[in-house]
Design a protein around this ligand. Sequence first.
Ligand code: GLN
Length: 598
Amino acid sequence: MRSPVQQYLESIVDQCNSGDGEVAAYIPELAAADPDQFALALATVDGHVYTVGNAETAYSIQSISKPFTYALALSDQGFEAVGRKVDVEPSGEAFNEISLASDTGRPKNPMINAGAITASSLVSGDSGIHRFTRVREWFGRFAGRALELDESVYTSEITTAHRNRAIAHMLREFDILEGDPEETLDQYIRQCAISVTTQDLSLMAATLANGGIQPTSGERVLEATYVERVLSVMATCGMYDSAGDWISSVGMPAKSGVSGGIIAVLPGQAGFAVFSPRLDPHGNSARGVQLCERMSGDMDMHMMHVGRMSNTAVRARYPLSELALRRARPEADQAVLDAHAEKTMIYELHGDLLFAGAEHVVRAVVNDAPDLAIIDVRKVDDVADVARVTLLGLRTMLREAGGEAAVVDPEGVMPDPDAGTQKASPYFDDLDSAVRWCEDELLRQHGREPAEERTLVDEHPLLRDLTPQARKVIDHHIEEVHYQAEDIVLEAGGKFAGVHLITSGTAIASVEGPGSSRVRLVTINPGTSFGELALGTEGVQETRVVAGSDLTVLRLSAEAIETITAEHPDVGLEMWQAMTRDAYRVADRALRSGITFG
Ligand code: GLN
């Protein structure tokens, strides 16, 4: 099968075939390049690379080296030391302008030659060659393979580098370069002559898109905070004197080189590389610019394009009173819960929680002013630091009002910084358990101790309405069974094994997921039962039920149910009526929940 992404890339390559521009001639070796060469590569952040044209043809990296050397200087020296020598202001000047900022004496940014030569000098190392070797290895870690120097391009450029030599000496004159300017110039020209393919460049870009982790090796090459800096400088200065045009029309951090390459980075999604040696008057690949504009437009890649509004973080918001869960509470307790269930609110969140999403949650909670809140983050993918801090502020706010926020977070997307201390929030693996905790808390707030587990069992719909005579018969057949944490109580695929009422501990129902994983469905708490659903699936137990802790159940086995039905038909009738009522009650709640929140 041919991927539609591949087909799309091939089709735009055919359509964007600008033959405008000239091959760079000031480096003799580059002037000899075949102007009609072409390659495009798109590398995703999980390391898949799509290519069109000859993406394995090698050429010298040239100025595309600049962001990566700057990254190494930052890694070696930190923001402050690098910032003392090179600024981050767009210059609006050509790449090889002989200029320094008049006030600071620093090169305006690390993407023009003056700044790039300075950045090369900031790489740690004992000599120019040592620093260059570190640069070459560093680039290789972004590309995911070892890279080599193209000797002929290096020789060709070093012997004609009059302008860059002038820049290096000027930098030395202003003490921006501190060592021998010739040594730094040599290092810089070597760095520009490192040989790469379009595929390499796409992976180097994808490493930046992936927050500094190389997609195929999984190695963290660059700290995330430096990735942000490098991308910012690429966005504002990467395309020299056409940076404004580029960021308006393409909208991605990018870098071009005079051999005809361009990389562009779509943070969080992909890295692109295009190669076509004919350059426009700014020194950027003409066909490369054309293609990037086209891709960005077609694929909504402009970084200012807002896909999903991130303030839609709250997918559902409702009071406890509307929640469809099985409950088994003594009636007096249930009355208290019913009276106050409006003041416990459940907030189901989803997506990535950034500032706007967290603010939305906060506004909802402030507006509802609940006594207790359940924050359910099971469908949340990622929580930004700002959201974490904001939601902690929410917790403080609720606590000051005498309330509390319970968190449902089985995957640990929002770990509690106070975990293990007195200040920790109540965390739960499923909504069921969080609701149970809130109910107990509500009862306590209103002066009632949550009922003993035994009492809960008596309140179970199966037992609660039985006549004393029927209850006696059933009690006679019920047996108490103990399990240890992780014991399998019911295996999926087994036969109906009777009704299990939990008197203490918890049980976890799960089904088989993809591979050998297990998908946890629900935690079953004291006072509720399991096993009877098998009656609805032709007597086959569909879920695996495992003890979540030390577990005690009252079991009415399948045989016992048969015996009761045979020996005491009237009790059997009562029992089956109770079971039917319970089943309809569960179905009714499930149905209502579908209508209310589906
Ligand atoms: N080596 C080239 C130079 O310094 C790199 C310039 C570029 O690619 N724009 O002139």
